[in-house]
Design a protein around this ligand. Structure first.
Ligand code: ADP
Ligand code: TRP
Length: 324
């Protein structure tokens, strides 16, 4: 038995991964995979709340598995799987549902946002945090790397563990979110949180021309090249912090003194993003050339994750009196 702590995180198959996902959460999963026993998964049950085309779901999931491997998730170090290969999470979710009150779930940010926008909310969206709690708790996760927007969900998982433990006796570990402060909210090209659903994202495997075009669209104020500029509010500079680390001091100096125009700044940023993305894109292509291998890795990961979930559910069913 390994004595390492357990890391678990997931990214939904709802569209293309972007650089906000990468810096906010995916990179941490890669960086920590030697230090932790890691479980990186594709929450397809969660994605069903919004993706309702079977073909799209399957394509997104397979693409995301390729993405994960391309950025360095190593199947020899991390268990990579898709959520629906561990159906026990839905069983645990039901058990947790029976301990969860409606007003508590009505306080969830995601639910409140949907409600504020008058969206038609399915029961899956409402119950989303509890399924996520099941994902985390069924694997005994200690650490959950996520972006800022997921903090509340990890707190729901902690609360749910505490509640279950209080009622049925010590069963679940209390997980902690790992949110890296400087990348907790990576801004998109409009300065708001980068998100697939806001259409302000730079895809993680974008082509060179697409990267250049997106950088040119970054929203700025109307200062002339000669005018001094504010690094703390500029959306281009926010991305230089991620991609232009070697040149950052120089760029900052030129911003403060004046003399660097936004066009020049955008062009430099685009070339630095291309330098970062081009090798990832090549690696992705070579992984995508053997889809059978990717599917086999997911299947094998699913078996490992499921075996652990079954063991945990045995304990849960005994404690709840569902098995005797
Ligand atoms: P999106 O908002 O684009 O749909 P997801 O909800 O699929 O992204 O998020 C997957 C993971 O990436 C989550 O842990 C989330 O917190 C993180 N993440 C997403 N966007 C950002 C961002 N702009 N900055 C930091 N982390 C992010
Ligand atoms: N809710 C997460 C997101 O939208 C995805 C997710 C589902 C997850 N289950 C999880 C993340 C468990 C971490 C741990 O990004």
């Amino acid at each position: 038995m390994s004595t390492k702590k357990i890391l678990l995180s997931g990214i939904k198959p709802t569209g293309q991964a972007h650089i906000g996902n990468y810096f906010g959460m995916l990179k941490q999963c890669v960086d920590f995979q030697d230090e932790y026993d890691s479980f990186i998964f594709i929450p397809d049950y969660h994605a069903l709340t919004s993706v309702q085309s079977g073909q799209e779901m399957a394509e997104n999931s397979l693409n995301l598995a390729i993405d994960l491997m391309a950025i360095g998730v190593d199947p020899n170090k991390s268990v990579m799987f898709k959520q629906s290969d561990v159906p026990e999470v839905t069983e645990l979710c039901w058990i947790f549902n029976c301990l969860t009150t409606m007003p508590y779930l009505m306080r969830a940010h995601a639910f409140k946002d949907s409600e504020a926008k008058n969206k038609e909310i399915n029961v899956g969206v409402f119950d989303y945090p509890i399924l996520m709690a099941a994902d985390i708790l069924i694997q005994d996760a200690d650490l959950v790397p996520v972006g800022q927007d997921q903090q509340q969900h990890v707190e729901y998982a902690r609360d749910t563990a505490e509640k279950f433990n209080r009622i049925y006796g010590e069963t679940f570990k209390l997980p902690k979110a790992y949110i890296k402060e400087d990348v907790a909210v990576v801004p998109g090209i409009d300065g708001h949180k980068m998100s697939k659903s806001h259409g302000n994202h730079i895809p993680l495997f974008a082509e060179d021309d697409q990267i250049r075009a997106l950088c040119m669209k970054i929203v700025t104020d109307s200062k002339t090249p000669a005018e001094p500029k504010d690094t703390s509010t500029d959306n281009i500079f926010a991305l230089h912090k991620l991609f232009s680390t070697d040149q950052l001091a120089d760029i900052e100096k030129r911003y403060c003194e004046g003399g660097m125009g936004y066009k020049e700044s955008k062009e430099l940023l685009a070339e630095n993003i291309i330098k970062f993305i081009a090798p990832l894109r090549e690696k992705r292509k070579s992984i995508a050339a053997d889809l059978a291998k990717v599917k086999a890795i997911l299947a094998e990961g699913g078996e490992k994750a499921r075996a652990r979930a079954i063991t945990k559910m045995k304990e849960v069913k005994e404690k709840t009196g569902l098995s005797f």
